[in-house]
Design a protein around this ligand. Sequence first.
Ligand code: ASN
Ligand code: ZN
Ligand code: CA
Length: 336
Amino acid sequence: EYQGIETGTGKGLYNGTVTLGTYLSGSAYQLYDRSRGGHKTYNKARSTSGSAGTLFTDADDTWGTGTASSSSTDQTAAVDAAYGAQATWDYYKNTFGRNGIKNDGKAAYSRVHYGNAYVNAFWSDSCFCMTYGDGEGNTKPLTSLDVAAHEMTHGVTSNTAGLNYSGESGGLNEATSDIFGAAVEFSAGNPSDPGDYLIGEKIDINGDGTPLRHMDKPSKDGASADYWSASLGSLDVHYSSGPANHFFYLLSEGSGAKTVNGVSYNSPTYNGSTVTGIGRAKAAAIWYKALTTYMTSTTNYKGARTATLNAASALYGATSTEYKTVAAAWAAVNVN
Ligand code: ASN
Ligand code: ZN
Ligand code: CA
């Protein structure tokens, strides 16, 4: 009998071959990451009811392809979910010193294969857990890295600013999840998914290869707003997120044509102004500080402008290029 923290190898659907934090309990390896707050990955086996499900175990610590005590087909989505949880944990810890979603050193848990052909993924504050469906025809699990980080960021937002999930604050809540969804993807630096300003490009939820959302020009999805307007708050929160996603893209990369990791963007501005980006690391630091220090549950777009200006001032100074670029990027999405 042996017990201990191990490092397994897995191959899921979206991230190539990855290493995973696992735990050897007796003769079985568990998908249980004790080096990151104790995150566990469970199999709902297409049920929607009852408890967490069954903890994934494996005989040889090779997940998704090796000899498996649950089927290796079921393990592939679990590999992605566990990888997404560890990449999100590592990003928040290494970038901002945040120890987990509640900053208390404790991990959430993840459940995969939720329901039959369930085309969504969601964070829940009540179970403090992440849930992933298997997508259309049970063949496109919603376990891509950006979706995982998007959903777990809903937990971070709940435990910090607490942005209400309706109206303009709801759009800012959604944008916060897209912003850190993209930031985690870039930061993980996985060659299979090296990072982009698109959300959900791997899961093909539209069936035509297009992503769910485009941060450089949100209206490319056919529904999101590129710019603030007085009626923005009446849109669904996944569309009123557009101007804040667009702000983050412009603050990071600037206006006009640009190619990053092989993906081409062409970001427009409201007033035809030009914005020169400050890079995504600084843009993310500004958004994180705004979220965790200056935003509240009722922050609207005007308040987000003030919050990010305060954050830029605190981080870089009130006369800095970073501060001025925050103002310019908000003006470029019609927030003044
Ligand atoms: N995937 C959706 C989201 O994160 C789940 C939901 O509709 N709440 O926004
Ligand atoms: Zn969301
Ligand atoms: Ca992406």
